[in-house]
Design a protein around this ligand. Structure first.
Ligand SMILES: [Zn+2]
Length: 473
């Protein structure tokens, strides 16, 4: 299929131009005023065309627990999350569909799914997510979430001696699983990419990281991990390595220009210099960091040091949505309160560049994605500037980033294929998806985590919080 978007606004150095944009095959083939119409003509009048954003860090199956986990920090939140994680690949499929749809309708054309695997059904979990993303047609980067330590090992020991139950799967078996996932599902030409994605140093051995590095080198895969999301993780890295987690990751060779690192809240200036030197990418998840009290990532310092930064929603149980425009808005204006020099504050246009080209860089696809350029893949989003939430007419990108756009996405193309038209996803039946998500869930206001009470006293003690008298909830 070919398309010509007629008379559409695109951002240029100073302001906006009105142009026509031709899409042929998988790519953008021409951008200029008054082109001849090839294929289907799309009326671009009063619309803005931008490259698609990257939802650069999420966990799709968390959708089943959104709005539900009480306000507790990451280490306790994780305990509850895993007490109730999905047990069924069909749920994984449906929440991946939901994540894809919400990402598309908030301007995203790529999603990085750090995918929680169902124990014993790991490849089925990946297959379910792959099926969902292929059906919707969003570009998918799936990092099967792996670890080789039990959850309690993610909490610092402090002065005490902690015994953790061994993880149920060996490091070698996990690496075999990853090799199998790559063999079965890594198909960049079909829009599905596998990433290596150990969950983080807090729950993974060096052997697991090193096995992932080998796999990534062998197949040219991108690398992903959580990094220093919480103060507890910073403390734990010191206990484990006697240095920062960033120094350790550098030493074992995990950092590099195709490595993206989610959160990066608790980094020192020396750590930041390492990220710049290794050309690693930071994925900023501001809503999750606020929701879990993890802290405010020093994003403006990263930018000043030349570190590439992009945005993610993080999973829907710590956000609790997949609205990428919301993440971009909060992720840009949040730093106006931490950094006094307003010359460094993130402008709406800079935020768009971080979400598009920044995302593409972190996934090693900046040659192909992330800007409106002839020769690049057509991963494009057309915004309706007559949407009530974008009126009255001022600056389109300012309205999009600083406003609260609702129903603003008119059309989306991924790899040259139109998958949203007139504000509706055309590749799947979203009413059926709504019905399935409704049918397979219950109003659930009274559940109790069994694990939080077991670990909370120790957590409070090592984090220097007052001793517990009444217990959780
Ligand atoms: Zn995460």
């Amino acid at each position: 299929m070919s398309y010509t978007v007629k008379d559409v606004l695109i951002p240029v150095d100073k302001g906006y131009d009105t142009v026509d944009v031709q899409i042929e095959g998988e790519g953008i083939t021409a951008i200029a005023p008054q082109l001849e119409v090839i294929g289907t003509a799309i009326d671009g009048q009063n619309k803005l065309l931008l490259p698609g954003f990257v939802n650069a860090h999420t966990h799709s199956s968390e959708m089943w627990q959104r709005g539900l986990i009480p306000p507790v920090p990451l280490e306790l939140w994780l305990a509850e999350l895993y007490d109730f994680a999905p047990l069924d690949p069909e749920q994984v499929y449906l929440s991946a569909l939901g994540t894809a749809v919400e990402t598309l309708l908030s301007g995203g054309t790529s999603v990085v799914d750090h995918l929680v695997l169902i124990p014993g059904r790991e490849l089925e979990s990946i297959a379910a997510a792959v099926r969902a993303y292929k059906e919707v047609g969003i570009r998918a980067f799936i990092g099967p979430l792996i670890q080789d330590k039990s959850l309690t090992a993610g909490i610092p020991s402090g002065d005490s001696v902690q015994n953790h139950t061994p993880y149920f799967r060996s490091t070698a078996a996990t690496l075999e699983l990853m090799a199998e996932a790559v063999a079965q599902f890594h198909q960049p030409n079909q829009g599905v990419n596998i990433l290596v994605a150990p969950t983080g140093v807090q729950l993974c051995s060096d052997a697991l990281f090193e096995g992932c590095i080998q796999l990534s080198d062998r197949h040219n895969l991108c690398r992903h991990t959580h990094l220093l999301e919480t103060k507890a993780q910073k403390q734990l890295a010191q206990e484990k390595y006697g240095c920062s987690a960033v120094e350790h990751l550098k030493r074992i060779g995990y950092l590099g220009d195709r490595t993206s690192l989610a959160h990066c809240v608790w980094l020192s200036d020396a750590d930041i210099a390492i990220l710049a030197e290794t050309q690693s990418t930071v994925v900023h998840n501001p809503l999750s960091n606020l929701r879990l009290g993890s802290g405010i990532a020093p994003i403006l310092k990263y930018r000043q040091a030349g570190v590439n930064v992009t945005f993610g929603c993080d999973g829907s149980a710590s956000n609790d949505s997949q609205d990428l425009l919301e993440a971009i808005k909060i992720g840009s204006i949040l730093h106006n309160i931490t950094d006094f020099d307003y010359h460094d504050w993130i402008t709406p246009r800079q935020a768009v560049e971080m979400a598009t080209l920044g995302g593409a860089k972190g996934l090693n696809v900046a040659e192909q994605l992330g800007s409106l350029s002839v020769g690049k893949k057509a991963d494009l989003v057309l915004y309706d500037l007559t949407s009530l939430s974008l009126l009255p007419r001022t600056d389109p990108i300012g309205l999009l980033v600083l406003g609260r756009p609702t129903q603003a996405v008119h059309s989306v193309w991924v790899n040259g294929k139109q998958i949203v038209a007139d504000g509706k996803v055309t590749t799947i039946d979203t009413d059926e998806l709504r019905q399935e998500l409704f049918n397979r869930s219950q109003w659930d206001t009274n559940r109790q985590s069994t694990t939080i009470p077991q670990i909370e006293a120790h957590y409070r003690q090592v984090m220097g919080l007052a001793e517990l008298t009444l217990g959780y909830s």
